[in-house]
Design a protein around this ligand. Structure first.
Ligand code: CP
Ligand code: NVA
Length: 306
């Protein structure tokens, strides 16, 4: 039976392994390689929420490492008729070698990981999106050099993606400034986790102060999958939109990042999203390379990252 080496969150994997994943991902992007490393292995992807990037990049990543992929969704599987997540995990563990799971609740993810006997990868929950932020850190380093001691500013809803940025700030040693209105700020337990590790995390309601001198400005949709009251959210978050005037407060070499999908005119203006500082296409492309190294580590351990 394969060892259960899960990739559930950035705070749960040691820093040296995370660093090795980024380095191997960047190396594979540059040089290729590992085309048969996962021959004979199968990835099951379980999607309880929509996806374009995560779905296609994991599929292509697994196949380009020599493996195979099966996809399950509630419609078309017994999950949609009430078969439990735990039972699904036990069944999939008989057939495949690794599970990538996108779901609403962290509890569902934990149920999958507990009941499975094979590695489980978090493909997004309401609480975190670790695969995305691995690609984001890889992207920052590709375009601007080492992220350690740099300043990343988040403006808008401090959501699942922001939570994973907080984890990454501690693990990779950069400053992370969050500007969000009351009611849209990170959960206390994540801030306490970061503070206990001397994380350089700040939270304010002042986007200009957060962005001033920053090396990277990042935001995400104001209405995540499953969020209600879109109009109320837009009203509260409008002062946190990333526009050209706000970008001008950042360092002159600062980059703009967004996990996508983006809603131009809401969280960021089209001028910024499609402007010269935006690295969103490289960021989306790097999901493929980051995920290859996550799959290699989950299935082969440190040897997969050699
Ligand atoms: N950024 C991201 O996870 O995109 P998808 O929802 O399309 O997978
Ligand atoms: N915060 C967004 C990210 C989408 C990739 C959501 O959860 O919908």
């Amino acid at each position: 039976m394969a060892e259960q080496r899960n990739f559930l969150d950035i705070d749960e994997v040691d820093g040296a392994t995370l660093r090795a994943m980024l380095d191997v991902g960047a190396r594979m992007k540059r040089d290729g390689g590992n085309e048969v490393a996962l021959a004979g292995k199968t990835l099951a992807m379980v999607f309880e929420k929509p996806s374009t990037r995560t779905r296609v990049s994991f599929d292509v990543a697994m196949q380009s490492l020599g493996g195979k992929v099966v996809i399950l969704e509630p419609e078309g599987s017994q999950l949609g008729r009430g078969e439990t997540v735990a039972d699904t995990a036990r069944i999939l563990s008989q057939y495949v070698d690794v599970i990538m799971y996108r779901t609403s609740s962290q509890d569902n993810l934990m149920e999958m990981a507990s009941a499975a006997s094979i590695p489980v990868i978090n493909g997004l929950t309401d609480a975190s999106h670790p695969c995305q932020i691995m690609a984001d850190v890889m992207t920052y380093e590709e375009v601007a050099g080492p992220i350690a001691d740099r300043v990343v500013a988040w403006c808008g809803d401090a959501n699942n993606v922001a939570n994973s940025w907080i984890h990454a700030a501690v693990q990779f040693g950069f400053e992370f400034r969050i500007a969000s209105p009351e009611g849209f700020r990170p959960p206390a337990d994540i801030l306490e986790w970061a503070a206990a590790r001397n994380g350089r995390i700040s939270v304010s309601g002042d986007p200009v102060a957060a962005v001033r001198g920053a090396d990277c400005v990042v935001t995400d949709t104001w209405v995540s999958m499953g969020d209600a009251e879109a109009d109320k959210r837009r009203a509260a978050l409008t002062p946190f939109r990333v526009d050209a005037a706000l970008m001008a407060q950042a360092d002159s070499k600062a980059v703009f990042m967004h996990c996508l999908p983006v809603y131009r005119g809401d969280e960021a203006t089209a001028e910024v999203v499609d402007g010269p500082q935006s690295v969103i296409w490289t960021e989306a492309g790097n999901r493929l390379h980051a995920q290859k190294s996550i799959l290699l580590w989950c299935l082969l351990g440190d040897e997969g990252l050699a």
